[in-house]
Design a binder for this molecule. Structure first.
Ligand code: AMP
Ligand code: MN
Ligand code: MN
Ligand code: MN
Length: 289
């Protein structure tokens, strides 16, 4: 079964419009797709409409930016109700915080001689209400400060570099509770990307589980085979289900399109195991054989 529970569109820092993400996913054989833009649900209606025409099952999602020990940690929520008032209010507040952070990033870049970065980044933020480091990266790459946006990140935008500014994100436990209160399923995104030692990772997993976290993203484009094994084992240890999602952003810069990251290890209990849509597709596939 081809299911992808983590994808971005132009509503956050992806480069395809929500309907284009759905069309690409359908073309690649995805049967169940969640759109999970950073801190914004504005793409979900367009994506749902496109999914109806493409004949794939659509799940409303979001990826909330949270903080843990001074690092950013992302909580994906799927099956959320985007109309939930508390969730909508908290996401709006995170977006305001992103704008304040963007002003500070622009000031830090200005101090090293890079001018007009806020206006430049905003030009790449197609959905004006959300701005992030990826938009700065695209502007700086365009201006020739590095070969491509990934190189811009490494040179300017990661912790320790001149264009990086610390930021107070949401608390992990709060993000989990907002997703739960909006009817959603909280998933700790790409754990292999966090620069934590074993003890801090265990504390994060405990906090996530205690707050109502449901699943760990075991399979995602940032994970190598070792990460997949490690987080499959940690999911079992903490009684968490396993999720997978491509974390797709840009068809021109990523080998992993929607739906092309393979299957979870067999020992994992998938987060969709009891979703009616997944059972229906599995029965359909079984009867076709
Ligand atoms: P932000 O939430 O604005 O701090 O930006 C985080 C986003 O930037 C991630 O979701 C990725 O899309 C992107 N990103 C983070 N690190 C890198 C990197 N090293 N190279 C390229 N993109 C990155
Ligand atoms: Mn992103
Ligand atoms: Mn993320
Ligand atoms: Mn993501």
């Amino acid at each position: 079964m081809n299911i992808d529970l983590h994808c971005h569109s132009t509503v956050s820092d992806g480069t395809l419009a929500p309907a284009e993400v759905v069309a690409l996913a359908a073309q690649r054989g995805v049967e169940i797709l969640a759109l999970t833009d950073h801190d914004d649900t504005a793409g979900l209606d367009a994506a749902r409409c496109a999914a109806v025409s493409a004949g794939i099952d659509f799940i409303a999602g979001v990826e909330i930016s949270a903080g843990w020990r001074g690092q950013s940690v992302h909580i994906v929520g799927v099956h959320i109700d985007p109309a939930d008032a508390q969730l909508a209010r908290e996401l709006a507040s995170i977006r305001v915080g992103r704008l304040r952070r963007a002003e500070r990033i622009a000031a830090a870049l200005e101090a090293v001689g890079i001018r007009d970065a806020l206006a430049g980044a905003q030009r790449f933020a197609q959905h004006a209400s959300l701005i992030g480091r990826a938009h700065f990266a695209r502007y700086l790459a365009e201006q020739g400060y590095a070969a491509d946006s990934h190189a811009v990140f490494q040179r300017y935008l990661v912790p320790g570099k001149l264009g990086y500014v610390a930021h107070e994100w949401a608390q992990v436990g709060d993000a989990v509770r907002w997703i739960r209160a909006a009817g959603g399923v909280p998933i700790l995104a790409h754990p292999g990307r966090y620069p934590f030692g074993t003890a801090v990772m265990h504390e994060l997993l405990q906090c996530f589980k205690q707050a109502g976290g449901a699943a760990l993203e075991v399979l995602t484009s940032a994970h190598d085979a070792g990460d997949v094994r490690r987080f499959a084992a940690l999911a079992r240890e903490y009684g968490l289900l396993a999720s997978h999602g491509s974390d797709f952003h840009d068809p021109n810069h990523e080998p992993f399109g929607p739906g092309s990251i393979g299957a979870l290890p067999p020992e994992c209990a998938p987060v969709w195991h009891d979703w009616p849509v997944a059972q229906r597709l599995a029965e359909h596939a079984a009867s076709a054989h």
